[in-house]
Design a protein around this ligand. Sequence first.
Ligand code: PEP
Length: 250
Amino acid sequence: MRQKIVAGNWKMNNDLAQTEDLLGQLKNQWQENEGVRVIVAPAFTNLHHAFESLRKTSIDVAAQNMNENSEGAFTGEVSARMLTSIGVKTVIIGHSERRAIFRETDEVLAKKVNAALENDMEVIFCCGEELNERMAERHFEVVKSQLGKGIFQVSEAHWKKVVIAYEPVWAIGTGETASPEQAQEMHAFIRKTIAEKFGETLADDVSILYGGSVKPGNAQEIFAKEDVDGGLIGGASLKAEDFLAIVNAF
Ligand code: PEP
């Protein structure tokens, strides 16, 4: 279902005490913003605590990653079932840091997507081009390929559990943001690509988030664009005040 969503990706930040502190601030300052769904994605070690702490609020909790296998000898990994067993029902898959630093391929990401959906989880699937690819005007081709290989195996029935996050890699953590026009152009392209494969009704129903240096000062003009349904926020999600200002930018 197409929704307005603001999701905070806390990455490898915040120990338990810091997590408690940030969650406390969010709960204190959070005023239900009608129509906007809020998600936070703390590190694995803090997911259980976050879920319990936010249980009585409408803020959802997501994992930043998961393994594609259901169980077994995969030292250091976490499965979909482990996440759902602590109440976590949303997972970010294919973040550019996972693709670049941990060498996650489109093929592995497709397996992760399938494993999450089979476990009835919601997937926030990230895609986005690197700077050299945009400079070479290959950004549409790159994003189309990431979608085709990573998420287009999903059945029509499962698409209601898929959110797309367009995150141009050159805008992540750099202070450099895609212009609202660049974001809209790519979001419209993503929706058209989904429509070509699965039909317009389904494509119109998919939430497409923008990620890449979204701040309180630029969120409003990005979120105002027709095909931008919200944001995946990194750095600015670590400060309750900034994160909630971004939520309220809707
Ligand atoms: C991200 O990592 O998903 C992200 C968008 O980070 P930042 O907002 O810091 O650019």
